[in-house]
Design a protein around this ligand. Sequence first.
Ligand code: TRP
Length: 335
Amino acid sequence: MKSIFNEPEKQIMLSGIQPTGIFTLGNYIGAIKNWRKVQDKYNCLYFIANLHSLTVRNDPQKLKQLTLDCVALLLACGIDVEKSILFIQSHVPEHAELSWVLQCYTQFGELSRMTQFKDKSLKNADNVNAGLFGYPVLMAADILLYQSDFVPIGADQKQHLEITRDIANRFNQLYGPTFKLPNPYIPKSGGRVMSLADPTSKMSKSDKNSNGFISVLDPTDVIINKFKKAVTDSESKIYFSDKKPGISNLITIYSTLAEIEIKEVEEKFRDKGYGEFKLAVGELVAETLKPIQSKYSQLSKNKNYLKDICEKGSQKASVIAKKTLKSVYEKIGIL
Ligand code: TRP
């Protein structure tokens, strides 16, 4: 069978993002920027995890809209469908099918130990549904369907990758080699971007204080203003330190976007005040996001084009997904 990748010998990288809203600067720096970067080195599959989003209640129209918005944003951020496969999770039904099978090879006890499940059930005490509980198994299916070598993930998803490996290993022990064991991919630069309003917590699009996060679609003046208001300490010297979470967060943002070392940022702003530094970071962020925003506004007008991209993507993804599911069904006796 002809490979759907131009260079089938390259290793496979896979990642997904939930369509819960317009990405933040944190998503861009922590994930998407790296997704773009690794496209030449690996055969990449990127998808919108809309089935995962069902674990909380959504407005149906809004979920549809956000799913397509996310596709447009990923394209605007430089995901290149000539190189990578971009698709919507629900368009490849094998995700849900494999997830069911894998649930039967996952123990209640191990899912009960997932810290994200515990956190989320406390936060949504009125809707602790079985989907929330099985969430990591759907994620395992996403990963294992494509025989992924690497999954770029943040610290909050590390446990989910570990359980994926455990499930894969268990299945392979029972039925012989079926799934490749995926490894976490930790990018060289980037890392966690913290809230501008409370630099001890992660930047999040669900933050009630909108000064805490930068949406990648925020206009320049809004971005500059949010950085001007960014919470810092009172020392007024610019260097990276655990004791200075606000300034260190700004240094990280500057360093990743300018693609220079933390040390070089410290050097560059050694004799400058906080005000000047905050403005410089805000300007760099605005400048970085501008071309993404204009590309996004063009793309999002063309729904048919976006739908076409998704269809082509899911067709390609299906070829791999079907092959894996077929071998699984074969091994476990599903006619
Ligand atoms: N759970 C991930 C998140 O919320 C999204 C996701 C779903 C994912 N399936 C995946 C990430 C598979 C990596 C691989 O961030």
